[in-house]
Write a protein that binds this ligand. Sequence first.
Ligand SMILES: Cc1cc2nc3c(=O)[nH]c(=O)nc-3n(C[C@H](O)[C@H](O)[C@H](O)COP(=O)(O)OP(=O)(O)OC[C@H]3O[C@@H](n4cnc5c(N)ncnc54)[C@H](O)[C@@H]3O)c2cc1C
Length: 152
Amino acid sequence: MATQDENHTKVLIIGSGPAGYTAAIYAGRAQLEPVMIGGVAFGGQLMLTTDVENYPGFPDGITGPEMMELFQKQAERFGTRLLLEDATKVDFSERPFRVSTADRDFTADAVLISTDHSCIDYAETVAGAPLVVDTRNATKNVTEGREKIVKA
Ligand SMILES: Cc1cc2nc3c(=O)[nH]c(=O)nc-3n(C[C@H](O)[C@H](O)[C@H](O)COP(=O)(O)OP(=O)(O)OC[C@H]3O[C@@H](n4cnc5c(N)ncnc54)[C@H](O)[C@@H]3O)c2cc1C
């Protein structure tokens, strides 16, 4: 059974694609010890492709899965705790924010949503109503508050 401290983090990141890992590396290097709820489909869309040839630093190209493995190693090197679970419920109505998976509940001072096109369809929220987060404006949603979250 996890202690309460293990379930609280300064920064919680939802999604483990390039955006999520970039956020994790920045937060980790700032010693914020981020928790990443990476999703069951961890690694994001680049796990679905072969050669990535437009990314600087890889003159011979790299496969998508290889690139995501490197991203993961780099994020973990700076202290990211990665969970390969989906976020199923959030409560942004008060601080600290709450994010749940099927197995555990977290509190976080900040939540970064990096799910790209895979819109998070939260089954339940604090109001008990289904909500959809518009992930294209996720940063804005989180910083400006819950009223920016679009009701389904
Ligand atoms: C076949 C293919 C080939 C591509 N090739 C290239 C290329 O060569 N070069 C290039 O620059 N771009 C390429 N792209 C585009 C590139 O993959 C995307 O631009 C990039 O992955 C977007 O990154 P992201 O982190 O924003 O989102 P994504 O990679 O989509 O990651 C989203 C993450 O959110 C997670 N998630 C979603 N819902 C939840 C939830 N409820 N709880 C927890 N996690 C959740 C997912 O599991 C995933 O890990 C390609 C895309 C595809 C599909």
